[in-house]
Design a protein around this ligand. Structure first.
Ligand SMILES: [Zn+2]
Length: 290
């Protein structure tokens, strides 16, 4: 069983070891009610999906995996410092080690690698384009986190003179190519900040909307170029709500990679859409338990 805890919704489901989705469900996160209420809700969803011996949990933010504690989560502030694993295990009557927690972008990468758009790839970086830019890196078929925070391509600096980022740097991929950044850049360019409208206009004609989304894509690609040079990863999976505009971002992404990497020819790169949508996270979280 896997559960993906988001800022607005908690999604979960059960999946067999050979990848058959057995059941799934979703409840509002109600984060404002505090950590105890959030854990109660996670436990209620888990019970509703049927008792399981082990549970994987995807949570946004910085985690202590060994202790099962959320260290810092901008989208789930009330959970900061909360012993999520132990409290959930206690409510479900299972041993704490049977609950595994992992960053949400990483579980999405695991899910897409197992059953989605990155199936069969040895090396892949999954990028989640939403409020921020999440990154989940699979190397040799396994999630790679380094000493814990690996894969965070969103905080790769693309333009040292760029806008300030919440991480303390300037010009990160996240402040140039997230959905939030694209809206800000659209307003600065005198365009609508409705990303669906913006993408539709970019598809329809060569105009300022297409120019803007190409520039956003290029900044993302510049960040990915560094990854290509360092690791020779050639497969990039683009997900998240803003990832649905991949068709109008992809040209810019490929240009940005070419500009900032020394590696493969453009035709050797695979820039692919994620295919599991909002199910990627909980599916990946479930995968950690089997
Ligand atoms: Zn940053």
């Amino acid at each position: 069983m896997g559960i993906d805890v988001g800022g607005t919704a908690i999604k979960g489901g059960a999946v067999s070891a050979d990848g058959e989705v057995l059941d799934k469900g979703e409840i509002p996160a109600a984060v404002d009610e505090g950590p105890e209420a959030v854990v109660d809700r996670i436990a209620a969803l888990a019970r509703g999906l049927g008792a399981r011996a082990a549970l994987g949990l995807g949570v946004p933010g910085l985690l202590d995996r060994d202790e099962g504690v959320v260290l810092s989560s901008p989208n789930l502030r009330p959970l900061d410092g909360f012993p999520l694993r132990d409290e959930l295990a206690r409510r479900l009557g299972i041993a704490p080690p049977a609950v595994r927690i992992e960053n949400d972008a990483n579980v999405a990468a695991i899910g897409e690698h197992w059953l989605g758009g990155a199936r069969g790839e040895d090396h892949v970086l999954m990028i989640t384009l939403g409020t921020g830019v999440g990154g989940g890196l699979i190397l040799d078929g396994h999630l790679f986190v380094g000493d814990g925070g690996g894969g965070e391509v969103g905080h790769t600096v693309v333009d040292p003179a760029g806008p300030p980022c919440g991480c303390g740097q300037r010009g990160c991929v996240e402040v140039l190519a997230s959905a939030t950044a694209a809206r800000r850049r659209a307003l600065e360019a005198g365009l609508s900040d409705d990303l669906i409208e913006l993408a539709a206009a970019a598809r329809a004609a060569q105009g300022p909307e297409r120019t803007l989304l190409e520039a956003v894509g290029r900044d993302l690609g510049r960040g990915l170029g560094t990854v290509v040079t360092l690791l020779d990863v050639r497969c990039f999976l683009i997900g998240g709500g803003f990832g649905r505009a991949l068709d109008v971002l992809i040209g810019g992404i490929a240009e940005g990679i070419a500009e900032r990497s020394t590696g493969p020819d453009r035709e050797d790169l695979r820039i692919l859409p994620a295919t599991l949508g909002p199910d990627a996270g909980w599916i990946g979280a479930a995968r950690m338990t089997c």
